[in-house]
Design a protein around this ligand. Structure first.
Ligand code: PHE
Length: 340
């Protein structure tokens, strides 16, 4: 009797393991535990047994029943789980996709516009010396921008140079003009530093993009053409440009460039402060002194240069009203920007 039960349990175990669908499983359950199963038949026969054998028979019967019931339950759980794996109607959870910082997006976009018309992208250095940041750019010794209130000087001992954090990207003009021979056309994005107090429109670190070209017979109309192409690609083809005379020591003549307000189309709104125009960059023809200090003869060559603030342009483009938002790393802000 004991052996019969042992065999039954072995067969049940093997059969339940083989089963692959819930229907097959239910059929097996009927086979082993149903009305016509060996166990059901056996339980009917117990009263016919000799009284001394009945307790053992009852124990074996119950033990086999619970053993097989457990097999059935276990397999049922497994098969249900397998079904869940391919339940295509199960609601998915959304993946959080990484995004680029709005300043990175705008820097990339601006660089790619200039790349399309032949400018090469280069990066300068953030630690500069006084000669590259000021002297070679024709910025006189007594110029206020050299003051420690306007420039971060570094405590790096050197007999030759005073080191500093560059206060604009223009020193990269000098490095590239000294390293390469004309014709030159470069765009240089990067961080710059000025000891300003933080407020809605100032930050002690921000980004600029410098651009310049040097060749024979370059004149102001080339500068105008390049900048018009640039702003019309960045903002809209309807944007107009306005050049206002200005002064920079490293360009002559110099200008500040405004674009017609693309928000109110020049009618006057709160962003352009009712003027219809937005100032976006400084530019001019590279000063002959600057070309000379780079070993380029101003008699043979001319060039133009321009420099813009990336934060300001990004704020205009995306209507952001506080520069500090760029540097606080608040995901609720950062998640709103993506490439289109
Ligand atoms: N370096 C200037 C600034 O930081 C911008 C500029 C660059 C102006 C090149 C003219 C030419 O304000």
């Amino acid at each position: 009797m004991q052996e019969d039960f042992q065999k039954l349990k072995q067969t049940a175990e093997r059969d339940f393991r083989k089963v692959q669908t819930l229907e097959e499983l239910e059929a097996l359950k009927v086979k082993f535990l149903g009305r016509n199963s060996f166990l059901a038949q056996f339980s009917k026969k117990i009263p016919l047994l000799e009284p001394s054998l009945r307790p053992q028979a009852g124990r074996l019967l119950n033990e086999a029943k619970s053993f097989i019931t457990a097999l059935w339950q276990e397999r049922k759980k497994e098969l249900n789980l397998q079904q869940d794996k391919i339940d295509l109607s199960f609601p998915s959870y959304s993946l959080r996709r990484a995004k680029l910082h709005p300043l990175t997006l705008v820097i990339r976009e601006i660089c790619s516009i200039f790349e399309r018309i032949g400018f090469e992208i280069q990066e300068g250095r953030e630690i500069e010396d006084e000669w590259h940041n000021f002297t070679a750019l024709n910025i006189p010794l007594e110029h206020p921008s050299r003051d420690a209130f306007d420039t971060f000087y570094l405590n790096i001992p050197s007999k030759r140079y005073k080191y500093l954090l560059r206060s604009h990207t223009s020193p990269s003009q000098i490095r590239l003009m000294r390293k390469r021979k004309p014709p030159l056309a470069f765009v240089v994005p990067g961080r710059v530093y000025r000891p300003d107090n933080m407020d809605a429109s100032h930050s002690f670190m921000f980004h600029q993009i410098e651009g310049f070209a040097v060749d024979k017979d370059i004149n102001f109309s080339h500068l105008k053409g390049v900048l018009a192409y640039f702003v019309q690609n960045l903002f809209s083809s309807e944007v107009k440009l306005r050049f206002r005379p200005h002064f920079f020591p490293f360009t002559e003549p110099s200008a500040e460039v405004d674009i017609s307000c693309f928000i109110c189309k020049g009618k006057g709104c709160s962003v352009c402060k009712k003027s219809g125009w937005l100032e976006i960059l400084g530019c001019g023809m590279i000063h002959p002194e600057v070309l000379s200090s780079c070993g380029i003869s101003p008699k043979k060559y001319q060039g133009f240069a321009f420099g813009m603030g990336v934060e300001r342009i990004t704020m205009l483009k995306y209507r952001i009203n506080d520069i500090r938002l760029f540097f606080e790393n608040d995901l609720r802000f950062l998640e709103q920007f993506y490439e289109v």
